[in-house]
Design a protein around this ligand. Sequence first.
Ligand SMILES: O=C[C@H](O)COP(=O)(O)O
Length: 247
Amino acid sequence: MVRNFFVGGNWKMNGSVAEAKKLVDMLNGFEVPSNTEVVVAPPALYVDRVNQGLKKEIKVAAQNTYLKASGAYTGEISPQMLKDMGVDWVVLGHSERREYFNESDEFVGEKTAFALAAGVSVIACIGEKLEEREANITNDVVARQMKAIAEKVKDWTNVVVAYEPVWAIGTGKVATPEQAQDVHCFLREWLAKNVSEMAAENTRILYGGSVNGGNCKTLAGKPDIDGFLVGGASLKPEFGDIIKSRN
Ligand SMILES: O=C[C@H](O)COP(=O)(O)O
């Protein structure tokens, strides 16, 4: 099985109507290789406008959804609402949500299962903090985060895992290709042991954390790195090079 390359662009809480329009124009000008899937995640307010403007080779994701379809949950949006707007992807469990909004492993697992059940594919984010890497517990941390998802999710067909070491996010301090490959390989073995051989073989595992146009090719050369989740560089023209990093 050949896993299609996957490049996600997480805009985080950036942009304006005018900037979103510029980014849509930029993205529409990129060549998307046929073996590569591209999904960008604007702030929720701009998701529909961006979705309307993008060419069909580039899909859109929300940056979060809740675990109810509707109701008295002020400020939240549901995966059912995404589907209603023709949006098929959501990013869940990003480290910024875990850190600033106290999202637990269990909550991320539940939201992942709920989004999948609603027919929305999930980019599920995991990753260790600097002190955890320094304490040599990276594998324990990512295994714990994966377990919380696997306890709720049996079918991983529509899950893409994004391994994002927190110390590499927005810092310019990218993991070395070897550091990333080691964790990706561990995650694939974890899937084989704890979910299924098929899930291990088919699930895309992305790397995220200070990916840019200069470092993407060497990272993409590693056998277990199936793509990227890009923050800062997804707002710049170099995102076009990252999309082509496997070609
Ligand atoms: O979701 C994306 C990650 O947080 C990476 O962000 P970054 O590329 O700005 O380091």
